[in-house]
Every structure is written in C-alpha cells, then in structure tokens.
Design a protein around this ligand. Sequence first.
Ligand SMILES: *[C@@H]1O[C@H](CO)[C@@H](O)[C@H](O)[C@H]1NC(C)=O
Ligand SMILES: *[C@@H]1O[C@H](CO)[C@@H](O)[C@H](O)[C@H]1NC(C)=O
Ligand SMILES: *[C@@H]1O[C@H](CO)[C@@H](O)[C@H](O)[C@H]1NC(C)=O
Ligand SMILES: *[C@@H]1O[C@H](CO)[C@@H](O)[C@H](O)[C@H]1NC(C)=O
Ligand SMILES: *[C@@H]1O[C@H](CO)[C@@H](O)[C@H](O)[C@H]1NC(C)=O
Ligand SMILES: *[C@@H]1O[C@H](CO)[C@@H](O)[C@H](O)[C@H]1NC(C)=O
Ligand SMILES: *[C@@H]1O[C@H](CO)[C@@H](O)[C@H](O)[C@H]1NC(C)=O
Length: 498
Amino acid sequence: MTSKVLAALASCFLLSSIAVIIAIAVIQTYKITYSSPGLKYGIVLDCGSSRTTVYVYEWPAEKENNTGVIRETDKCSVKGPGISDFGLNAIQDQETWLSFRSCMDKVKVKIPASKHNATSIYLGATAGMRLLQLQNDTASNTIMRDMAEYLQSLPFHFQNASIISGEEEGLYGWITVNYLMNNFVERGLWNSWVRPHGAQTVGSLDLGGASTQIAFTTDDGARGDGLTKVTLYGYDYTVYTHSFLCFGKNEAEKTVLAKLVQGSVDHSNVLNPCYPVGFNITMTEESIFGSECTRSLRLAQYNPGRNITILGGGDAAECRRAVRRIFDLSSCGGSQNCSFNGVYQPPVAGQFMAYAGFYYTAWALKLVGSPSLEKFNATLWAFCSMNWQELKENYKITEKHLKSYCYSANYVYTILVDGYKFNSQSWDDISFERQVKNTSIAWTLGFMLTLSNMIPAEPKLVNLPMDNTVFAGVLFLFSALTIITLVFLIILLIRTCY
Ligand SMILES: *[C@@H]1O[C@H](CO)[C@@H](O)[C@H](O)[C@H]1NC(C)=O
Ligand SMILES: *[C@@H]1O[C@H](CO)[C@@H](O)[C@H](O)[C@H]1NC(C)=O
Ligand SMILES: *[C@@H]1O[C@H](CO)[C@@H](O)[C@H](O)[C@H]1NC(C)=O
Ligand SMILES: *[C@@H]1O[C@H](CO)[C@@H](O)[C@H](O)[C@H]1NC(C)=O
Ligand SMILES: *[C@@H]1O[C@H](CO)[C@@H](O)[C@H](O)[C@H]1NC(C)=O
Ligand SMILES: *[C@@H]1O[C@H](CO)[C@@H](O)[C@H](O)[C@H]1NC(C)=O
Ligand SMILES: *[C@@H]1O[C@H](CO)[C@@H](O)[C@H](O)[C@H]1NC(C)=O
C-alpha cells in the first residue's frame, strides 16, 4: 500500500514540476514578446560618387551587442548627383535639397517620433569626395560643412560626417558581410559567446562608381601593406584590404573611353568596341577628360566643350583588350602576391561576396548567385555580340545603363581574373549578391557598428541579465527533479508488476 501512496505523491510532484517548467516558458515568452524595451534605430547616409543613399537600421534594444540582429528597415535614394557634384552653392540647389528633404521626411515617418532624439545619424562620403578633395580641397570642405549643418538641423542625434578612406570603406564592407552572415560569434549555451563551429569569414568585393574595394582575411604573415588587425567579440582577425581609386565602374569606363580617344586616328569619331553595333553617342571632351582620373590622359589641346562622336563596335574580344589596357599588369613582375598597378595582395582564399556594382553587372546579364567563370565569359560574350536593337528587345533596362553592360561585364571579368587573380576554381567561391537577410550589403552597416562601438572587442559575459540566470537555474533544477521522479515512478511500476 505504501507504494501506492508513494506513486500518488510522485505523480503529484511530477505534475507540479511540469507546471513550473511550463510557467517559466510562458513567462519568458511573454517577457520577450511584450516587455522588451523596444526597438532602436540608426541612420547612415552613403554619399557616393553618383548618388546619395539613406539607410535606416533597426534592432531590438536589449540585443544591441549581439551579432546579426540589425536589419535594414528603409532605404531611400536621393535624386540628383552625388554630393561631390554639388558645386559651391549646394545649399542653393533647390532641386537636390528638395530630394534630400523628401528622403529625410520618409525616414522621420518610419522612426517613431519619440525615438528621434535617441536615433544616431552618420554620414560617410566615399570616392567621389576623395577625388574632389584631391582636386579642390576648399570645395570639398565647404560641402562637408554644409552637409554636417544640414544633418544637425534634423531631429536626430547627429554623430559624424566625414570622408572615409578607401581602406576604411573596404574594412566596413567586410564587417557588414560577416556580421550579416553571423560569422563572428553566436550565442552558445547559457548565453555565452561562441565562435560558430567551423565558421570562416567571407571576403568582400565592393564596386562603386569611383572606387573598388577588396577585403579578406589572410594568414600570409604580416609582410605586406594593407593588413589590418581587428579584434571582434574577443577574436583576432588579420584583414587584407585595398581600395583602388579611379577603378570604380564609372571612372574606369571614362578611362577606357579616354584611352580609345587617345588611340584613335580621328579624335572626333571614335570606335568603342564595348558599345553595341547600331549605337552612337555624342559626348563632350569634358565628360570624358574632366575627371581627376583621366586628367593625365588629356589630348595635347584640351577643349572641354568639343564634341566627340562615339560609335558602337560590338566586339567582345576588342572590348576585353580595351578594358585590360587600363590595368598595369606588368608592374607586378609576375609576383603571385600582387594584384595590379604594383599593389601587394596575398593570394585570394575562401568564399567571397561580390556586391554593389559587381552584383548589378551580374544581374543585368542574368547571372546572380555563383555562375561559373566559363558561363560568365560565355554570357558576356553573347551580350557583347548583340546589336543595339537586339539588346533593347531582350533586356528591360534603361538605355542609359544598357549601353554600358558589355563594358562593365568585361571590367568585372578583368579585375577579378587578371587583377585579383581568381582562377576557374576560386571563381566558384564568389557569390554575386545584393542583400543578406533583406539587408543591403554595403559599408554603411559596418561603419555604424564601428562608430557606435556596437561590436565589442571583448566578449561581454556581464551582458547576461541576472534574472535570466535565476530562471535558467530553476528550470534546470525542476527538469532534473522531473527526470528523477519519472525514473522513480517507472521503477515503482516495474516492481508492482512483478
Ligand atoms: C553594448 O556595449 C556597449 C559598449 O561596449 C555598452 O556601453 C552598452 O551598454 C551595451 N549595450 C547593451 C544593451 O548591453
Ligand atoms: C528625447 O525626447 C523625449 C520626448 O520626446 C524626452 O522625454 C527625452 O528626455 C529626450 N531625450 C534626450 C536624450 O534628449
Ligand atoms: C568623425 O569621426 C572621425 C574619426 O572617428 C573624426 O576624425 C572626425 O573629426 C569626426 N567628424 C565629426 C564632424 O565629428
Ligand atoms: C547614330 O544613331 C542614330 C539613331 O540613334 C542614327 O539615326 C544615325 O544614323 C547613327 N549615326 C551613325 C553614324 O551611325
Ligand atoms: C555638341 O553637340 C550638341 C548636341 O549633341 C550640340 O548642341 C552642341 O552645340 C555641340 N557642341 C559643339 C561645340 O559643337
Ligand atoms: C607570396 O605568397 C607565398 C604563398 O602564399 C608565400 O609563401 C610567400 O612568402 C609570399 N611572398 C611574399 C614576398 O610576400
Ligand atoms: C570567352 O568566350 C568566348 C566565346 O565563347 C571564347 O572565344 C573565349 O576564348 C573565352 N575566353 C576565355 C578567356 O575563356
């Protein structure tokens, strides 16, 4: 009879244990769902050479220092040129400022008004402003001052407005890619930080309008330039990064055109093998040679207003040659640890994410994801062989951009293969993507994470809230008791049966 009493007592205990466990689960879920301190926001303006883009990020406040929790909730492109084309009277340029305002009005609506003053706003200007700074320091300072004044007039918490260096831009891009892919750390048992099992970082390939950046981790000693040591969540990384000014998609195209004009017999009628047959365009000398990147290629008599007619040649092989001519491939002297223009680069290794201009070029050719090198070459070859009429019929892309994709595809091929030395095997490790988890791959996120110290150098175990540890302890205790009671009941049952 005692065994029946025991069994009854144990069953009661078992039921209450299970009830406690369920209660803890419900309370925890309730806490996460209803009582979290809410969302935090951050705004970054990417002032590129051809346009300004405003990114709005959002994350749960209590998870601030976790990895992978930030997502992009809004993105707005300001109409008009990049800020480097503003000229000295930026403030008076009504149209551009109207567009700035309409973007910022959109952002103000997106972020609850009560959170405006707690929302940090940052501005980073890239290669367009780097070039202007080389050309006219006064103009560049004036524009940056005007931009900072404008941001300070907004209801947000202004943090910083500066021209970032190419190396910073490359590093921020690398941080963004790996942050979004959760490659740095993840939450382990009892909220500790652990490095994801077998995780490796992914390299970053960014192609803007005026510059291009490569960044990846290397263990090739600490011999060369461009190596930066960073410590994130308690782990050390040696990141190689280099930015090539003037090798952005648009500036490199101007350089290709400038060399074609230089090499032509009649400087007023130039054949461009990268434009399709049946396409022609009149460009002023200034639109090709006015840039700091092509200044040294100007004709003996530079006449900014003179017209040059450019005729499409639609020749993939010739286009490849024209593009290759803008790279100095001989200055590396056959060294394997060198990309082009004599720049040190350890051999590429691991997976790579190719975004921005790399992605848009692959997208235009319907080649996103990881097309093989052979497929990439064959597709661009077919693209370059189509005449203007066929292109317009087969691709629904604005004519302004459509005319240039044969060039940009050859440019992407050349910089990756001849420049960075990807071969048909390592090319398979490149992924052409625009977003990870609905968030744009752009240096802006890494910039915000770095400037706001949201990626701690050291893992912070003290982050772990005390009541969670208590709950965890209670949960553990009751789970153990439940199992012991269950075992006890089973033993009782067996003894009763025999
Ligand atoms: C995140 O880390 C920063 C500094 O590393 C600290 O000031 C901040 O309080 C942390 N935030 C949270 C929510 O733990
Ligand atoms: C932000 O604004 C709210 C009201 O809109 C105010 O209560 C709070 O004190 C302000 N915080 C700061 C840091 O200015
Ligand atoms: C922005 O930050 C950089 C480096 O962190 C600093 O040199 C610069 O003075 C800051 N600019 C402003 C406007 O605060
Ligand atoms: C240039 O293109 C126009 C149509 O856009 C065409 O009418 C004209 O004949 C072309 N000129 C040459 C020289 O091919
Ligand atoms: C250049 O061509 C444009 C039309 O494309 C024309 O309006 C302009 O007058 C031309 N300029 C010169 C200097 O011939
Ligand atoms: C070049 O790379 C190879 C292979 O990674 C390495 O062994 C060598 O030390 C490097 N040489 C220089 C000069 O960096
Ligand atoms: C690219 O493709 C074209 C056409 O299929 C071919 O003639 C050419 O040799 C290829 N180039 C390379 C480097 O594979």
